[in-house]
Design a protein around this ligand. Structure first.
Ligand code: HEM
Length: 526
């Protein structure tokens, strides 16, 4: 999500070796200008090549490679991403210091070129002085339990669509994306629901654009970011052209929505029969537009349209991708572990009983479901969170951290620590039964939503949406792999078998009540 997750481009070894040879002279120059800190003050560092630094040691899954390096070099190490020194934290204790107890010393996140293009400026543009106030508005107006309940009917509508996907296999990735983008589009932008005219199409368009933007932010950590002399490679790959195209399409879309909301407000104020701005009809975009004229609430800051667009985009990028990934990875883990899938379905079906709908109160009785989602978030956490040190030198873990240094928190490594987790690579939801782990950021062994001032404000919204979607998908249907997919190799890596296509089989309830039979028939006749 946003620049919070850092992945590396797959690096062609030939390019790397040539670059290393050609640039070794330049390295001598760079070294002559290198840090004024003596190396004994700095954390341990793996051996590195000229210019490319440690990039050759970081495969497609940088978080996994960094974890391996940290086992040898310690919980705080200095790794060179090309010419950029990164201070990599792999222990919960040090992560807590950076993210929470000493957060003022590590206030910002890292910027990338893709980030600057998509948000029309850097991190400061969105997360500047006004952000604390906007965060509060997000939590109370968009992500509150009341708003979550008010939007429940949208989730229900989308889940019913499953029945339309009767021609197997069902594209679950598409279903989860539509569900996440529709729910957020309504809460944030007030876009129409699927039943209202072009609602579905608009939701799909923004959902797809946002996913493209997330991929650009996550995957396209461009060569130029680490080795400026290689930025021509990024141009050659058309990365910035693509980012600019996606950015322009998103901004045009958001501008249209903002203009529509302004027009609705104008007509309503002029008594021209426009939409009534009642509590339920006021969306996040309306609240931001209102804040534009409330400098008093915003600590004297006047929100610009550009900032409004950037804030709306942050909500989408942060909200959609992470929820979809969690849903996809949970279903993949369940298909790989049929025992766990059966146990979970038994729990869901026994709680739902003869009812034809799943209510919010039912979810609170599904303890094993919560364990399953927690375990998915342990194994498939947004792998890395970034921070930038303030403009003063500081110390961490007894080592020197220079002013403005880039810090990477390897969340994945912390969630894999064998000192905390028995058989850490296995999917074992039972490990969370009767434990203290939650998402409030109190614990430094497990914190998929991060810690401290910048902790994810969408925790409740995300957990409810994810649990609700899984309970529906697993209650009425059993799931199988399509014939063409080999069970042994299914889901060996995170990116494998995506988009996720599975065969839904309507579940045969023993002695099912008339209500359930009617529900299932209703679904299959849709
Ligand atoms: C499973 C789902 C989710 C996960 C695992 C997740 C995780 C995270 C993480 C790790 C961060 C970075 C915090 C940091 O830098 O310290 C974050 C930030 C953020 N998330 Fe989430 N998130 C999820 C869903 C959502 C949803 C559904 C929304 C909104 C609807 C949301 C909105 C945000 C926002 C606005 C930020 C930026 C907060 C700030 O910088 O102050 N997230 N999230």
């Amino acid at each position: 999500m946003m620049d919070m997750v850092v992945k590396l481009p797959s690096v062609n070894p030939v390019i790397l070796v040539c670059t290393a040879l050609l640039c070794s002279l330049a390295f001598l120059y760079v070294r002559s200008r290198s840090s004024r800190h003596s190396s004994s003050d700095l954390p341990p560092s793996p051996w590195r090549l000229p210019i490319i630094g440690n990039l050759h040691q970081l495969g497609g899954s940088a978080h996994q490679s960094l974890h391996v390096l940290s086992l040898e070099h310690g919980p705080l190490m200095l790794v060179h991403f090309g010419l950029v020194p990164m201070f990599v934290v792999s222990s919960g204790e040090l992560a807590r210091e950076v993210l929470k107890t000493r957060e003022v010393e590590f206030p910002g996140r890292l910027n990338t070129e893709a980030y600057r293009i998509l948000f029309e400026g850097g991190e400061d543009k969105i997360f500047g002085p006004a952000w604390t106030q906007i965060r509060k508005v997000c939590v109370s107006e968009v992500l509150s339990l009341k708003r979550i309940q008010a939007l429940q009917f949208i989730r229900e509508e989308e889940l019913r669509r499953l029945a339309d996907e009767r021609r197997p296999p069902a594209d679950l990735s598409d279903l989860f994306l539509t569900l996440a983008s529709t729910t957020l589009s309504r809460a944030v932008l007030g876009l129409e629901s699927a039943e209202q005219g072009g609602g579905r199409e608009s939701n799909r368009v923004i959902g797809q654009l946002v996913r493209e933007a997330s991929n650009l932010l996550n995957d396209v950590v461009a060569f130029g970011a680490y080795i400026p002399a290689l930025s021509w490679l990024d141009n050659l790959r058309g990365l910035y052209r693509k980012t600019k195209r996606v950015s322009q399409a998103i901004h045009e879309f958001l501008d249209r929505v903002i203009d529509e909301r302004l027009e609705i407000r104008r007509r309503s104020e002029a008594g021209e029969g426009g939409e009534q701005e009642t509590g339920d009809r006021k969306y996040f975009v309306d609240i931001l537009l209102e804040l534009q004229t409330r400098k008093d609430v915003m600590g004297g800051h006047e929100l610009t349209r550009m900032e409004i667009r950037a804030i709306l985009l942050v909500m989408f990028i942060a909200g959609i991708d992470s929820s979809v990934i969690t849903l996809e990875q949970t279903m993949k883990e369940l298909v790989k572990n049929p025992r766990i899938m059966r146990k979970l379905q038994q729990e869901i079906r026994s709680v739902v009983g003869n009812k034809s709908e799943i209510h919010q109160s039912d979810l609170s009785r599904m303890e094993y479901l919560k364990c399953v989602v927690k375990e998915t978030l342990r194994l498939h956490v947004p792998p890395m969170v970034t921070r930038q040190a303030s403009d003063k030198d500081s110390k961490l873990g007894g080592f020197q951290i220079p002013a403005n240094a880039a810090v990477l928190i390897n969340m994945w490594a912390i969630h894999m620590d064998p000192a905390t987790w028995d058989r850490p690579l296995e999917f074992l939801p039972e490990r969370f039964l009767n434990t203290r782990y939650d998402f409030t950021g109190q614990d430094d062994k497990y914190f998929p939503f991060s810690l401290g001032r910048r902790i994810c404000p969408g925790v409740q919204f995300a957990m409810f949406s994810i649990e609700y979607a899984l309970a529906h998908v697993l209650c009425w249907f059993d799931w199988e792999l399509p014939d063409e997919i080999c069970a042994q190799s299914f889901g060996m890596s995170e990116d494998q078998n995506l988009p996720l296509r599975l065969v839904p089989l309507l579940h045969k309830f023993d002695g099912a009540s008339q209500t359930i039979i009617t529900k299932i028939k209703g679904l299959s006749n849709k």
